[in-house]
Design a protein around this ligand. Structure first.
Ligand code: GDP
Length: 372
């Protein structure tokens, strides 16, 4: 039990490190602490914070990242102690999204989320500026200054909301113009291989990178398998503890998922926390009212799974047995809607195409019974 907990914490920190790398940082050290409640002033306890500060002192380190959301005064209290910049997981995710946003919609969505994130933290940030200014004669802002700032931020937020509403309207019309095609959406935790599979299924070139959130904007492609056309779109990757505001501002990107007819849920079976990730995706789908749609679960990266799971000396029969058990388990859990592939080694892709085609045809038959 204890080991498992420990393991989980390490996995979470691995993910945070991976996020940090995606944002261009190199991580040098990890700390964690088990507390019944986070400290209201500094999140971690006093001793732990001192330990962190001592570690940082004299080293070439410029950023401290927390895996949980901090409030404005916690950030400023911690910064006072460690004397370097402090951000939290939400901040980091927002930063990554901001770097990757390309379309006007994605940019506005990220900006909206950023303003919503800073609004409740304005007071803490002012305190912070006051301290940086330091010295005699510098005076912190009065309530009026904080109020003015709040008003500016609020105005920005409503401006962005309006802009997004406009973009939404256009997007809705565009989606309607796509006509009567069956729509298939790829969903999944980030970095599971959505873009790679999108490329393989549609033979297009969508950026695939070993980074989190390589896909921010949805891409939609028309595909024809054996004379049956349908639309395939790639969506933003889901992740645990996605900042609340980000989920809200990405609602319209997620409309793609909400309006899809069929979902392909991609899972990275080689990831130690893959079951957790399935849970995060399912929960998000429930929040989007999309969980009742037909879902085909695609267990990807089977090549890596085999590499990580099997020692060389293990007999081929035993390996087969283990994989068979795994497949049976998930076929059972998904009501027979599971398929095991490797996008990298192109294993089972033809079968995957046929499974998708079956589902698409079935829906066309239900929807347009007189046409065929
Ligand atoms: P996305 O974030 O879900 O769109 O994931 P990507 O398609 O960008 O893939 C993330 C990383 O996983 C990339 O480095 C891919 O090359 C790699 N990848 C994708 N599919 C496989 C696979 O079947 N096996 C292995 N070993 N790696 C894969």
């Amino acid at each position: 039990q204890k080991d498992q907990k420990e393991h989980q914490i390490q996995e979470y920190l691995d993910e945070l490190a991976f996020l940090a790398e995606t944002a261009g940082a190199i991580t040098v050290k990890r700390f964690y602490q088990k507390l019944p409640h986070p400290d209201s002033r500094t999140f971690v306890g006093k001793g732990k914070l001192q330990q962190i500060a001592e570690y940082i002192q004299g080293k070439d380190i410029d950023l401290l990242i927390f895996d949980d959301e901090l409030n404005g005064s916690q950030i400023s209290n911690i910064e006072k102690e460690v004397k370097i910049k402090v951000i939290d997981r939400s901040d980091l995710i927002l930063d990554i999204f901001a770097r990757r946003a390309k379309t006007a919609q994605a940019k506005a969505q990220v900006e909206l989320a950023q303003y919503q994130y800073i609004l409740p933290r304005l007071r803490g940030m002012w305190k912070h500026l006051e301290r940086l200014g330091g010295g005699i004669g510098t005076r912190g802002p009065g309530e009026t200054e904080i109020e003015t700032d709040r008003r500016i931020v609020r105005d920005k937020i409503s401006l962005l909301r309006n802009r997004l509403k406009e973009i939404d309207k256009q997007a809705f019309t565009q989606r309607k113009d796509r006509g009567e095609f069956i729509r298939v959406s790829l969903v999944g935790y980030t970095n599971v291989g959505k873009s790679t599979l999108m490329n393989l299924l549609s033979k297009s070139e969508v950026l695939a990178e070993n980074k989190l959130f390589a896909t921010l904007d949805t891409t939609t492609r028309k595909i024809v398998y054996e004379n049956t056309p349908f639309l395939l779109s790639d969506t933003v990757g889901f992740i645990r503890k996605l900042p609340h505001h980000l989920v809200e501002s990405f609602k319209s990107t997620l409309d793609e998922v909400r309006e899809a007819d069929i979902l392909l849920h991609i899972v990275d079976i080689s990831h130690p926390n893959y079951e957790d990730q399935i849970g995060v995706v399912n929960k998000t789908l429930q929040e989007l009212d999309a969980f009742e749609k037909p879902i085909l679960t695609i267990f990807n990266k089977m090549d890596l799974y085999e590499k990580n799971t099997f020692d060389e000396w293990l007999e081929a029969d035993t390996k087969k047995e283990i994989i068979k058990d795994l497949e049976e388990r998930w076929q059972h859990a998904t009501g027979g809607n599971a398929i095991f592939v490797s996008a990298l080694e192109r294993t089972n892709l033809e079968m995957l195409r046929m499974r998708i085609l079956d589902k698409v045809r079935e829906l066309y038959r239900i929807r347009y019974p007189y046409k065929t």
